[in-house]
Design a protein around this ligand. Structure first.
Ligand SMILES: Nc1ncnc2c1ncn2[C@@H]1O[C@H](COP(=O)(O)OP(=O)(O)OP(=O)(O)O)[C@@H](O)[C@H]1O
Ligand SMILES: [Mg+2]
Length: 206
């Protein structure tokens, strides 16, 4: 997108990311859930968000449909709009990370290039790409929103996995097999990753 803004200067803030992290007592960054529709991104991110909330961790969940209702209501599902959707979400997620928050995002985000674009916005160790890996056949069987049925009937065009591509992550920080583990188990796997990476305190309070 063309940069329309001129005569703007970045204003440095007195209270910075490090201060927020110190106050919160944990790291901040982005947990980027990606996967097919129905793979379980929203369900797992929601459950993980609850577990983190109960531990007193400062979090926020950005979820696909909700963001499309507001910030991105002007965008559709063609390739250019999907890219812009992810770019804006990436910028918002970065602001949350800057505010000391662990932000969980649940978007199909089918293109590696777009996910890499968000990664590039963030610093080292501030972006964890989590592949919610579930075979298309299982997602289609679940079909929680009835979207696969509509896509197969030709009522929705360009549906990821049916007539639009999904590019599996090249080097995700984590893969959760949501056809083999239940929602709670998948959420706990990511919780353990956050402890291992020292984003949050572990069981021993380390
Ligand atoms: N192990 C599991 N992990 C996640 N979801 C599961 C699991 N097992 C069953 N499900 C069910 O699968 C469905 C997943 O739907 P969900 O809305 O979380 O997917 P999504 O990836 O967010 O899809 P979309 O991209 O369309 O928003 C839910 O109905 C959930 O209860
Ligand atoms: Mg979802």
């Amino acid at each position: 997108m063309k940069n329309m803004s001129t005569n703007i200067t970045w204003h440095n803030t007195t209270v910075e990311k490090g201060d927020y992290r110190k106050k919160n007592g944990h790291h901040s960054g982005v947990l980027w859930f990606t996967g097919l529709s129905g793979s379980g991104k929203s369900s797992i991110a929601n459950q993980l968000n609850k577990l983190l909330y109960e531990k007193g961790v400062q979090t926020y969940l950005l979820d696909g449909d909700n963001v499309r209702h507001g910030l991105n209501h002007d965008l559709g599902f063609n390739e250019a709009d999907r890219k812009e959707n992810i770019r804006r979400i990436g910028e918002v997620a970065k602001l949350f990370a800057d505010s000391g928050t662990i932000v969980l995002t649940a978007f199909i985000s089918p293109y590696q290039e777009d996910r890499d674009g968000v990664r590039a916005l963030l610093g080292e160790n501030e972006f964890l790409e989590i592949h919610v890996d579930c075979p298309l056949s299982a997602c289609e069987k679940r079909d929680p929103k009835g979207l696969y049925k509509k896509a197969r009937a030709g009522e929705i065009k360009g549906f990821t996995g049916i007539d639009a591509p999904y590019e599996s992550p090249d080097k995700p920080e984590a893969v959760v097999k949501s056809d083999q583990f239940n929602v709670q188990e998948c959420a706990e796997q990511i919780l353990t990753l956050l402890e291992d990476k020292n984003w949050i305190k572990g069981k021993e309070g380390a």
